[in-house]
Design a protein around this ligand. Structure first.
Ligand SMILES: Nc1nc2c(ncn2[C@@H]2O[C@H](COP(=O)(O)OP(=O)(O)OP(=O)(O)O)[C@@H](O)[C@H]2O)c(=O)[nH]1
Ligand SMILES: [Mg+2]
Length: 299
């Protein structure tokens, strides 16, 4: 591990409302997919650590669930995860999307950030969707509301200006050790990321309530190095029989298509062939059960 006298390290939280592109931005910075992303709000449910090494510094990013008015136990858990990452860190990237405008939900989050006391950079994401002249009005509205240290427009999707955002981060970090080895990109177990990649495909391939009421869990993960193969059994949990019917689809078509797409991502991450078997299971009202929330990793 590198130990020079002026090496810097520290935590940088990525926070904002749902669907503004926080996870996409993290993946873009890391150059690989560790956080799932989708066009449905409330995709991310846990804090996700992303470790980024640059010459002279190690940046520990924390991707967080979108902050929203939460009702229900699962949503409250998610918002708590995000709020707890708003203090005790070296820097906060407050992400908004360029096509949005300053609203009351921003007000709530900005008040939390002000109390937390960490410096905040405003990241205006999705600039690929906005004519440049509209950007100035947005910057003006936000800078009147909060003393941002800087305002950086980016596109997490195309990568525009992301390098510039990363390059200014070390000036907010303190001198400190390299906490994780060079080759480590997250502290999340592979099983967790596998379950998330399956959930991502459920989000992408279903509509209505299902995305918000699905949990995924890897039940077994068996490596067979002699065959360059990993055999994974996972369960997709839904709240209702009707949801199960939709998820399984005609002759199992839907769940097969979900499994196929997830397998491609999992194979890329693990660098081996994968045999993925999915089961769909109904657990009535799991999003309101403390015991089941714990069992599925939301505690
Ligand atoms: N056009 C465009 N779309 C983007 C950009 N960044 C993200 N998106 C899209 O925005 C949607 C939401 O992206 P996510 O990264 O899941 O957003 P998030 O803020 O992590 O969402 P939650 O986890 O639900 O809070 C996805 O459909 C992304 O493809 C961007 O720079 N430009
Ligand atoms: Mg996310």
């Amino acid at each position: 591990m590198t130990e020079s006298s002026n090496f810097k390290s520290g935590f940088v939280s990525i926070v904002g409302r749902p669907n503004v592109g926080k996870s996409t931005l993290l993946n873009r910075i890391l150059g690989q997919k560790i956080a799932i992303a989708s066009n449905k709000p409330q995709t991310t449910r846990n804090r996700i650590l992303g470790i980024h090494n640059i010459p002279g510094a190690q940046i520990l990013f924390i991707d967080t669930p979108g902050i929203h008015r939460a009702s229900g136990k699962l949503n409250r858990y998610m918002v708590d995860q995000a709020l707890s990452a708003c203090s005790g860190v070296d820097l906060i990237l407050y992400v908004i999307e360029s096509t949005d405008r300053l609203g009351s939900e921003d007000g709530f989050i900005l008040d939390v950030l002000a109390k937390g006391g960490a410096p905040v950079v405003l990241v205006i994401n999705k600039i690929d969707l906005l004519p440049k002249e509209r950007l100035l009005a947005l910057m003006d509205a936000y800078s009147k509301r909060f003393a941002f240290r800087e305002i950086i427009p980016v596109s997490g999707q195309s990568g525009e200006n992301v390098d510039r955002l990363v390059s200014l981060i070390p000036s907010y970090l303190k001198v400190g050790p390299q906490y994780y080895p060079d080759d480590m990109v997250t502290d999340l177990p592979e099983r967790f990321i596998v379950a998330e990649m399956i959930r991502e495909q459920v989000l992408k391939q279903t509509r209505d309530e299902i995305p918000y009421r699905v949990a995924t869990l890897v039940e077994s993960f068996e490596e067979k190095p002699e065959k360059d193969l990993v055999v994974i059994n996972a369960v997709v949990i839904v709240e209702r029989d009707s949801h199960k019917g939709i998820l399984v689809g005609k002759k199992g078509e839907k769940i097969r298509s979900i499994g196929k797409a997830a397998r491609v991502d999992i194979e890329r991450m693990l660098g081996t062939r994968v045999f993925l078997e999915l089961f769909v299971k109904v657990q009535k009202n799991w999003t309101e059960s403390d015991r089941l929330l714990r069992e599925f990793g939301y505690e």
